[in-house]
Design a protein around this ligand. Structure first.
Ligand code: NAG
Ligand code: NAG
Ligand code: NAG
Ligand code: NAG
Length: 359
């Protein structure tokens, strides 16, 4: 009887240790991710308790302090995932998400430049969505950025005015919500850790919002003469941010992993890495074949373009495996005519088109 008790309490103790371990490393290495909020339907967050959401301990704390930012967190995740998929729609890796709570599965911790891109996009999405929320007057602690106001260039006849987007608040929130370490990662000796690398790439994402900001002006003066202009700054449409970061992805830099001592050479220089650069540890797989363990979906079944010479061509996308051709029927409205008065009459036109999918 006593033995039985001991085993049981031991079992419970083990459970506790395990749970603690999971809670402390989980937001970074496994399990649920706040990015899952991106697939939460609108309205489902209103009566949610922060404890029931896929958040790490620090994020849960922020959620309790600033529950009014929860819709922006969801919008930011959704924006970032959609834009990632749009930027990569023609490539072997297409930014696909998993059905489970991890959203990107093993991809997030793979140390590849694709992971770097995801981290940057998620951090940027958060800045963007929080900033929009501020500008729409939904958050009292950040409406307009007034620091520019008063500045002017009288000779050129314009001055700062209006409501400039308050991105400093969004940047502050994105850092607080996502970053794990507080160390400045621009100058690390002996290479990066997975965590400091992710943090660097998140910062690159935030800086992309700063770098793509647009200036808008409105003319005043006699009959639109534009003698005086009022100008203000806003965040760019998120597609511009996506494009900006896609370029950084293409020029990303490999850095050394501090935990892999074997690959460290004495003469290896550790230059400070600019916040305009995305960084990664590991060379990417070719993403051709499915590999569940590595979170790779493979390109089987992907639609390819037989006449394209780019990454969506059947040769490149299918990795030389060849493709299947299906005949698909298209029905369209055509030969539309305006009929007096007042409607448009169309015919239905059918066409048969070839569609190619990778074997
Ligand atoms: C601001 O609040 C309104 C009303 O609650 C909501 O409909 C809108 O989506 C919010 N905007 C942002 C960007 O969060
Ligand atoms: C990090 O350090 C660099 C150079 O030492 C400095 O220019 C930068 O402002 C620092 N960043 C932060 C967030 O403290
Ligand atoms: C990405 O490709 C996979 C097949 O490899 C497909 O199942 C998935 O729907 C694609 N995702 C997107 C967002 O296009
Ligand atoms: C295939 O690629 C060609 C050349 O890039 C382009 O003109 C065409 O619209 C593409 N077709 C489809 C179905 O995307």
């Amino acid at each position: 009887d006593k033995d039985d008790m001991d085993t049981r309490s031991c079992g419970v103790r083990h459970m506790c240790t395990l749970t603690l371990l999971l809670v402390s490393v989980c937001p970074l290495y496994c399990g649920a991710s706040w990015m899952r909020l991106g697939s939460t339907p609108a309205g489902a967050l209103e009566d949610q308790d922060c404890a029931g959401l896929p958040l790490g301990p620090k994020q849960r704390d922020l959620c309790r302090k600033k529950p009014f930012l929860l819709p922006a967190v969801r919008d930011g995740a959704r924006l970032a995932i959609a834009e990632c998929q749009s930027q990569f729609r023609h490539e072997r890796w297409n930014c696909s998400t998993t059905e489970d709570a991890s959203v990107f599965g093993q991809q997030l911790t793979s140390g590849t430049k694709e992971a770097a891109f995801i981290h940057a996009m998620m951090a940027a999405g958060l800045v963007h969505a929080v900033t929009r929320s501020c500008s729409q007057g939904n958050v009292t602690e950040c409406s307009c950025d007034t620091r520019l106001q008063g500045g002017s260039s009288p000779t050129e006849g314009w001055h700062w005015g209006g409501c400039s987007d308050h991105i400093q608040y969004g940047i502050w929130f994105s850092r607080k919500f996502i970053d794990n370490t507080v160390k400045n990662t621009s100058r690390t000796s002996g290479g990066f850790t997975l965590s400091s690398m992710n943090q660097h790439n998140s910062e690159t994402g935030r800086q992309a919002i700063v770098r793509t900001m647009a200036t808008h002006c409105r003319c005043h003066g006699v009959s639109g003469s534009c003698a005086v202009k009022t100008c203000w700054k806003t965040v760019a449409a998120f597609e511009h941010v996506g494009l900006h970061l896609k370029e950084r992805y293409e020029r990303s830099t490999q850095v050394s992993d501090r935990s892999m001592r074997k690959t460290r050479r004495k003469d290896q220089r550790h230059l400070p890495v600019d916040t305009d650069q995305l960084i990664f540890f590991n060379k990417s797989p070719n993403y051709c074949l499915e590999n569940r363990r590595r979170g790779v979906a493979g390109t089987r079944g992907r639609r390819c373009n037989r006449t394209s010479t780019g990454s969506d061509s059947c040769v490149l996308l299918c990795c030389g495996r060849g493709y299947n051709t299906h005949l698909v029927r298209h029905v369209q409205r055509c030969e539309c005519k305006f009929v007096w008065c007042c409607y448009v009459r169309c015919r239905r036109c059918e066409s048969m088109n070839d569609m190619h999918t990778c074997k």
